[in-house]
Write a protein that binds this ligand. Sequence first.
Ligand code: ZN
Ligand code: ZN
Length: 679
Amino acid sequence: VDKGIALILRVALDTPLRRAFDYLPPAGDSAAEPTLAAPPLGVRVRVPFGRRQMIGVLIGIAGESEVPAAKLKAAHEILDAASVFDPVTFELLLWAADYYHHPVGEVIAAALPVALRMVRARAAANRVSAGQAAPTAAPIECRPSEVILTSEQAQVVEAIGASLGGYRAHLLHGVTGSGKTEVYLRAIAAAVARGDQALVLVPEIALTPQLVERFRRRFSGGIAVLHSALSGTERRDAWRAAQSGLAVIVIGTRSAVLCSLPRLGLIVVDEEHDASYKQQEGFRYSARDLAVLRAQRARVPIVLGSATPSLETLENAAQARYATLKLPQRPGTARAPRLHLVDLRKHASDQGLSQPAIQAIGRHLADGGQVIVFLNRRGYAPALFCNQCGWAASCAHCDARMTLHRRAGQLRCHHCGAAAPVPATCSNCRHDLNPLGQGTERVEETLARLFPSAPRARLDRDTAAGRGALEAVLQRVHRGEARILIGTQMLTKGHDFPDVSLVVILDADQGLFASDFRATERLAQTITQVAGRAGRASRPGEVLIQTEFPEHPLLVRLIRDGYEGFAASALAERRHAEWPPYSRLAMLRAEARDSLALDGFLAGAADRGRGVGESVKILGPATALMARRADHFRAHLLIEAASRAVLQRFLARWIPVVETLAGPPGLRWSIDVDPLEVD
Ligand SMILES: [Zn+2]
Ligand SMILES: [Zn+2]
């Protein structure tokens, strides 16, 4: 029966399938005839899916479907009158699904709060009005700042301000303590004064109430905060405030880059080198990279700020794709800290603390300074050993040692979360067991013994768990109640510790000889960032870096020429080895319980890849650095291409073939475009 012109709705649904789903329009009110007027793209649609209902987003209209007409179902309801995304965000999401080769339904789901995707009896209560129909926001007052800008800061603010109204990418390379946040605040004030919205991305852990408070003090209102710890309704409300235009400034972690902002005028990405901008599971996007693309498409400026820019960003700046703005100095009398290497082979040490470090800590405490002791390993000790027979406590599910958490009285696996009580004696020979090596908990114990009168605070994922815990630790340090702060990577994320005069880095050698080509970059960034915590105000800072390899060229270059010197050497190495940014990578990661079948699947995938006929290198199958995690064996293929275009052409043809390959039961695999970690 001819039903006239067919109108097929292509709906993106939150499923792992790499395609949209076809539906007929909902039945009209008057007759059984489908409505013929096409709804606008970007509206939410309630549809039947199997035995249940789902809410998806309309991403296309077609004249015909590959699904046989008899099997096509009608959508239940169109939920919105206009797109829930502004046009740039909508295009960005579709582009990202293509580029990262990820199911479009999951990409759109990542951008839309769960509360707006839940099928409820009263779904209409969650109607979303489009950005164009946004209510006019109350004018936002900016309180003038008391901070007097240095001439360098003023120049940077002016350069960013002059670029408002068009696309321009700025690398703001400012040393720690150079006042980048003040620059952001002024640039945002200029954008807001034009009636624009500003998007500020910050690393996961840096989004503290302190930072938000600083924004709230400067602007009278209109600030929305988006991060992973929000409840469903909090997220929906913040998202709506941004999407409707009521929020003028949106501060958020990674996923905020996907947020709808109808009057976007400026994007700031703080600590642009930070690894938390890359989603490491599911939809593996880089928020930093998407932010640059978003700025381009929205024709607005973007500021990528860091004391230790990523090598990719430095290369973009070297090629003049980004403009470089520099803040090489700290304002006022503050001076850059002095860095020294401590040769661990020459000096006796007490539980990981060398004699020169112990003496320096005593000296700085006596002078009234605060001390940071950095070790990127939490827990009491990374291993529990039997000296008699060599037995060590290992995880039953991973190729990894269990970490001793003495205070909690547990052995914990940091890779799968398994926990066990601490055995009293060796299970092999009944001999006593000894903790081997140091974690932050043990370093805290050692410092308590060496400096009993100096109050301490510890900052790691164990002490910062739970709401408000991180803030409580930071407050103790700020108020000067804690004189010694022991911590992990968490210390490096933009916190301001004004009285810290000494930083001790206990173990610089993790990462010097790692197989991942980015390991040295991360090490140099960590050392520079932690070192930057020293000597913030008028106190000169001192930094001691303990190492067994004081002649290592990377460390020598970093100490002598700073991060920029290091970066120049590292980029030269990358160019020689044809690693990014001088090539493009993608990874196919897979895991299964059966390691032989896993290798078989990957070998098959590699084989088919070689038949695709693009000039890419396919490396592997290689076993992951940790071959077994949570009872699954893990391996991967690494794809290397000379350019983004070649890599994308290859992936577009190869992935559909990989999807047809049979794998072992329980096989899981994923594609990671521009992977951050290749181990
Ligand atoms: Zn034993
Ligand atoms: Zn484990």
